[in-house]
Ligand binder design. Structure first.
Ligand SMILES: C[S@@+](CC[C@H](N)C(=O)[O-])C[C@H]1O[C@@H](n2cnc3c(N)ncnc32)[C@H](O)[C@@H]1O
Length: 283
């Protein structure tokens, strides 16, 4: 019998950080950026203090996807057959399509580079938001455990549910899966696979996500990823476009990660302003 998954509160205080990480250099921000950061800091701190939670939130399934081009339908049919999955029987149109897009990226990135998928290991996703794509990672890696970690746990949605409630819904029937609220820079673990979808490597997206710049520390984040990766493990990163991928790759190299390759999606299922770039790294 699979164990019952849970959205667990893991305070960052449960895994204190020894002081061996790279020091965090001072980033220089404009006055406007600092004002916005302060404003977001208030909201962020308040939500983490209140810890608003109602109950697990489950999307209303759309059942049938609409408004797709024929190439999108063909791609989704192929993913459904290959991974025996139908996101639309669980989620609305937007989340279903977004899951197919992430699954397609993993599928094509791995198959076109001839890699072996690291299966049955311990998998952590860094910066998982409400972990709306947990099912995709679960189906692709078939992990022994899957943990989504995000520094912000209680962002409140217009529906009256919090990010925590949404995460609890998304992982509700996934075995050995949990959602941890923690700053990954302070997390101690040894895992076989670490994934990061669109990690912050420049300050502007942090503010666009309504987060304070105090959570922006790519030096510490990548150092911790390198440290938490088990020997022989794989770090899989996805960035927006080649420019961002180059900045992120620089951080990886600076913390001693070794590149195993890079792959840019030629035709993402959901059009994006910049094509997603996947890359693989070892410690
Ligand atoms: C650009 S969003 C990407 C969200 C998600 N990976 C996706 O693809 O939809 C970056 C996420 O990383 C989280 N984050 C940023 N710094 C973090 C940290 N130090 N530890 C954990 N999560 C972090 C943010 O809260 C945000 O949810």
């Amino acid at each position: 019998m699979p164990t019952t998954p849970s959205a667990a509160f893991h305070s960052s205080r449960e895994s204190p950080a020894p002081v061996t990480d790279l020091p965090s250099p001072t980033h220089h921000y404009s006055l406007g950026q600092r004002c916005r950061s302060l404003y977001h800091e208030l909201g962020y701190r308040l939500s983490e203090r209140v810890r608003w939670s109602r109950r697990p939130y489950h999307e209303v399934p759309v059942e049938r996807l609409t408004d797709l081009a024929s190439w999108q339908t063909a791609l989704i049919d192929r993913l459904q057959a290959r991974y025996e999955i139908r996101f639309e029987s669980r989620y609305g149109q937007h989340t279903s399509l977004a899951n197919y897009a992430y699954l397609d990226l993993l599928d094509q990135a791995w198959t076109s580079t001839g890699r072996t998928i690291p299966r049955s290991g311990l998998v952590t996703d860094v910066g998982c938001a409400n972990f709306w794509y947990a099912r995709t990672l679960h189906r692709f890696f078939r992990p022994a455990t899957l943990t989504g970690v995000d520094v912000e746990g209680f962002r409140l949605y217009p529906t009256g549910y919090s990010r925590y409630d949404a995460a609890a819904g998304y992982i509700a029937d996934l075995p050995h899966t949990s959602f941890a609220i923690a700053n990954y820079c302070e997390r101690n673990e040894q895992v076989d696979v670490i994934t990061a979808w669109f990690p912050f490597v420049t300050p502007a997206p942090v503010l666009a996500w309504r987060l304070p710049l105090t959570v922006f520390s790519p030096e510490r984040l990548f150092a911790r990823i390198a440290r938490n990766l088990a020997p022989g493990g794989t770090f899989v990163m996805v960035n927006q476009g080649t420019e961002e991928a180059a900045i992120a790759a620089d951080y990886c190299r600076r913390v001693g990660l070794h590149s195993q390759g890079e792959w840019m999606h030629p035709r993402p299922l959901r059009p994006r302003p910049h094509p997603p770039v996947a890359s693989w790294w070892t410690a």
